[in-house]
Design a protein. Structure first.
Length: 109
């Protein structure tokens, strides 16, 4: 029987995944402990660059497996799932921002 521990954070299982706050801080030059100094546009651009990098890495691994250069099918599949998850998360953030913008624009003045 499989036991699940719901007290730990779900992200704890992704030990190989990069920490997004550190990646954003490294690309924007901001202090991750003080998020007030970060510009929203810079953070969003850094997130998009990170998603692009993840997708590029997954594509590279998949193409290398297709050519027979690497035999790590599991690694290629995991990279594809990480890229898919990163893209869908970014898409949901975009949808929420669009909905928030539309709500603000529809407010009576």
């Amino acid at each position: 029987m499989i036991s699940t521990n719901l007290t730990t954070a779900p992200i704890a299982g992704l030990s190989g995944a990069p920490d997004p706050t550190r990646a954003i801080a490294a690309t924007t030059g901001a202090d991750p402990q003080n998020p007030a100094e970060e510009d929203f546009a810079a953070v969003f651009k850094a997130m998009l660059a990170n998603v692009n990098q993840i997708q590029h890495h997954a594509r590279t691994l998949t193409e290398a497996f297709d050519r027979g250069e690497h035999q790590d099918l599991l690694g290629a599949m995991i990279a594809q799932q990480k890229a898919k998850l990163a893209f869908h998360t970014t898409l949901q953030v975009r949808n929420k921002l669009t909905a928030a913008y539309q709500d603000i624009m529809n407010m009576p003045v």
